[in-house]
Write a protein that binds this ligand. Structure first.
Ligand code: GDP
Ligand code: IMO
Ligand code: MG
Length: 454
């Protein structure tokens, strides 16, 4: 069977740790979208792993697959594999030959576009990894795929077509001088070597066939979503989104297995007990603000709850895994979660970070929005309308700081009562049972109510 892990909010919900948790009983962990914009943390036995491309099952020695829906930067992939090997792990990563490759010019163009937008509210605040420009080329039918790296001559031919276009775009449209990143021979030399290494290490696969035959053999597969529902290119708050589909449908299109297979398994929505956002775009329940990311920060200032935001940011270590940027902090947003549950069909939930909120007198939840004279319960389709939404809050009594390791050992009933009330409220609203509760960053700091593979 399969378990699909989906971020229900804006990324960084703790997907990596849930993959690691259920990874114990899995054989294969496959990413289905995104690239090295992801930063998935697994903490095991005092070791912290921050994974961008290598699927999070690596810590437990599981086979990792980067499906056709991913965009792969071979440079960061090999760096990550080498670093993990130095740390004593044995990454076994298979790459879909249909996956698209991030080339040096994609990263440069990502930066150029963000610079151009920097004086306006159009700036997305991307991770700068070239994600958007690579998916653009995929849709534009001029992308380079992993399979192309395996044939040096074919790679040269494809680069000869695309690189001059990219150079003209950078120089003539944006007026930026270009260097080696836009030189056919330089790019070819570097990327055909990556292709050689992929061949030597026997890394490339027909990912759909590979995964289907593993399922036929009785293997258990985790689909590891990256990013989150509200930054999904279709279901997120466009244009402040990433360029792929983190929602559960992506697990089918991004691996080559059928929607039936994904739907037959569990789809677990990962929920952070509050909310964070890296980058720009609306955030109706925002507590404070981050310069450069919070829209209208200049006019609004830090916000009246900045001290609370700062407290949660510090307690939760809310700084970007990839970029180190401070994350914007907000109360839980139920319209957002209802939207996510509908789009992906959550059969279960993993709620993380309830320990971070411990010690607060009151914990709030944005229950509905008021916008243009009406009360709504889900996320509006346009970002402009979402930006006008004013949340209606529900208040919950806070819960005390306790020994969370003890709670994890003792199980669900040891979770402070007010925190259980909060968890049960979320579960009732989304009509999905809580499968796991994160009470700290480590593998052991988890209360497990349901093990889907067992
Ligand atoms: P991902 O991108 O969804 O995998 O999440 P990230 O790894 O980017 O961010 C989650 C951060 O919170 C990491 O630093 C995790 O170690 C940490 N974390 C995950 N779950 C919990 C939890 O239940 N409690 C606390 N205190 N930290 C957690
Ligand atoms: P994980 O998998 C949080 C955000 C960026 C930016 C927008 C577009 O760790 O949850 P991109 O570089 O993808 O074109 O940036 O998406 N973003 C993430 N935010 N977690 C992530 O991944 C993210 N990946 C991209 O900050 O706002
Ligand atoms: Mg992350």
């Amino acid at each position: 069977m399969t378990v699909t892990i989906v971020g229900s909010q804006l990324g960084d919900e703790g997907k990596g740790r849930v993959v690691d948790l259920y990874g114990a009983a899995a054989d294969v962990v496959a990413r289905y979208q995104g690239g090295d914009n992801a930063g998935h943390t697994v903490v095991e036995g005092g070791n912290e792993y921050k994974l961008s491309l290598v699927p999070s099952g690596v810590v437990r020695g599981k086979i990792g697959v980067l499906g056709n829906g991913c965009v792969v930067n071979p440079e960061t992939l090999f760096d990550e594999i080498d670093t993990l090997r130095e740390r004593g792990l044995e990454p076994d990563v298979r790459l879909a030959r249909r996956a698209h490759v991030i080339l040096p010019y994609h990263r440069v163009l990502d930066g150029i576009e963000e610079d151009v937008k920097s004086d306006s509210d159009r700036k997305v605040g991307t991770t700068g990894r070239g994600i958007g420009p690579t998916y653009e080329d995929k849709a534009g039918r001029r992308g380079i795929r992993v399979g192309d790296l395996l044939d040096a001559e074919l790679l040269h031919e494809k680069l000869e077509y695309v690189v001059p276009q990219k150079r003209a775009l950078a120089e003539k449209v944006f007026g930026v001088e270009t260097g080696e990143a836009f030189d056919v021979d330089a790019v070819h030399e570097q990327y055909q070597r990556y292709g050689e290494r992929m061949k030597e290490e026997n890394m490339t696969v027909e990912a759909g066939d590979f995964l289907a035959s593993r399922l036929d053999d009785g293997d258990e597969i985790i689909f590891e979503g990256a990013q989150g529902t509200l930054i999904d290119i279709d279901h997120g708050n466009y244009p402040y989104v990433t360029s792929s589909n983190p929602t559960a449908g992506g697990a089918a299109t991004g691996t080559g297995l059928s929607p039936g297979i994904v739907g037959d398994g569990d789809v677990i929505g990962i929920v952070k007990a509050y909310l964070t956002r890296v980058g720009s775009g609306p955030l109706p329940t925002e507590l404070g603000g981050v310069v450069g990311d919070t829209p209208d920060y200049d006019e609004q200032g830090a916000g009246e709850n900045e001290d609370l935001a700062e407290y949660i940011r510090e307690e939760g270590g809310e700084y970007g895994t990839v970029t180190g940027r401070p994350r914007r902090v907000a109360w839980l947003d139920m319209p957002m979660l209802r939207h996510a549950a509908r789009a992906s069909g959550f059969t279960g939930l993993a709620v993380n970070h309830i320990d971070v909120l411990a010690g607060l007198d009151e914990v709030k939840v944005g229950y509905s929005y008021d916008v243009d004279g009406e009360e709504i319960f889900t996320v509006p389709a346009t970002t402009e309308r979402w930006g006008r939404c004013e949340p209606n809050f529900r208040s919950f009594d806070g819960w005390p700081e306790v020994d969370w390791s003890e709670v994890a050992d003792e199980g669900y009933d040891a979770i402070p009562e007010n925190a259980r009330t909060y968890l049960e409220y979320i579960s009732d609203e989304l009509d999905a049972p809580v499968y796991a509760v994160g009470v700290g960053p480590s593998r052991e700091d988890t209360v497990i109510l349901n093990r889907p593979f067992e």
